[in-house]
Design a protein around this ligand. Structure first.
Ligand SMILES: [Zn+2]
Length: 296
């Protein structure tokens, strides 16, 4: 590990150490097959339209083993391998890779994904049987309606099993055809117990997604990229909504988007700390809520 990363790891450890935590749980990190991840990185660095045309240099463009080692150095006790298809016929293959990755990476929560297609209920069931503990759905990149009838059986199965689904459904950094609160509200109308974890705090529709969580006790939010200088520069969180965020303190989960972030990991933590919501809120968000959800 470089001196630079050793210093950063020290800063991250001081953050959770001061709170008296045993480490962090990060529900939103990306590990995927190398050639897919390389494509994602190239896309971000070329400032493609889905990134909102923002300059987005990848801070941790490294080998897979180095990236996992770095999370351990940071003291991240558990993380995920968020991966997602952008077209049909791809999810089953991604799920096979993720099962293998979880097998060789014991601190990664076995992750799976889905897409509206004929065999989705079958392969979601297989992933659950194989021990998947969290799913990722990407409504923006996948460009599908989450309330598509083809997904109905899969949502029902995941609701029944109580398996959380981290869902990128907000219209940040750029809107998609089916992003925003309305399609997800239709999913929850049919499956009110579905454990959706709204990624990125639903940015930029923060208030709508806070409302969704307030109305549905199983809905949670992840902090991924929220409150950072980068995000505040173009999709600021409305200060007036901070009391609502404080009140939902048992359903907000730390997420980072590591390694696909244009700033150091510790900045996400500092961005949460400076909200001034207190140490109890930070302990819950950075560790305890996810530890309870995943039985860690
Ligand atoms: Zn992400």
């Amino acid at each position: 590990m470089s001196d630079h990363h050793a210093a950063e790891a020290g800063e991250v450890r001081r953050f959770w150490g001061r709170l008296g935590l045993p480490g962090l749980v990060d529900v939103h990190t990306h590990f995927m097959p190398e050639r897919v991840l390389n494509k994602v990185w190239d896309y971000f660095e070329a400032q493609g339209p889905l990134t909102g045309g923002l300059a987005w240099p990848i801070a941790y463009r490294k080998e897979e083993t180095e990236r996992a080692a770095l999370l351990r150095e940071f003291g991240v006790r558990a993380f995920t391998s968020m991966l997602y298809p952008h077209k049909p016929g791809m999810a089953r293959w991604l799920n096979g890779w993720a099962a293998d990755f979880a097998c060789r990476t014991p601190d990664c929560l076995h992750t799976a994904t889905l897409y509206p297609e004929q065999d989705v209920e079958a392969y979601v069931g297989e992933a659950v049987e194989a021990g998947a503990r969290v799913f990722k759905a990407h409504v923006q990149v996948g460009a599908y309606d989450p309330a598509d009838e083809l997904l109905d059986g899969a949502w029902g199965l995941l609701a029944e099993a109580g398996i959380p689904v981290v869902i990128h459904c907000g219209s940040g950094p750029a809107p998609g055809k089916y992003t925003g609160p309305e399609p997800v509200a239709r999913v929850l109308a049919r499956h009110p117990r579905l454990r959706l974890v709204v990624a990125h705090l639903g940015m930029p529709e923060y208030q709508d997604f806070l409302g969704l969580a307030e109305r549905h006790p199983e809905v949670r939010l992840d902090t991924t990229m929220a409150f950072t200088d980068f995000t505040e520069g173009f999709m600021p969180f409305p200060r007036g909504a901070l009391p609502r965020l404080a009140a939902l303190g048992d359903r907000v989960l730390l997420g980072s988007d590591f390694p696909n972030i244009p700033y150091p990991y510790v900045h996400q933590l500092q961005a949460l700390g400076r909200l001034g919501l207190g140490d109890d809120w930070l302990r819950a968000v950075c560790h305890d809520n996810a530890a309870a959800l995943f039985g860690l």
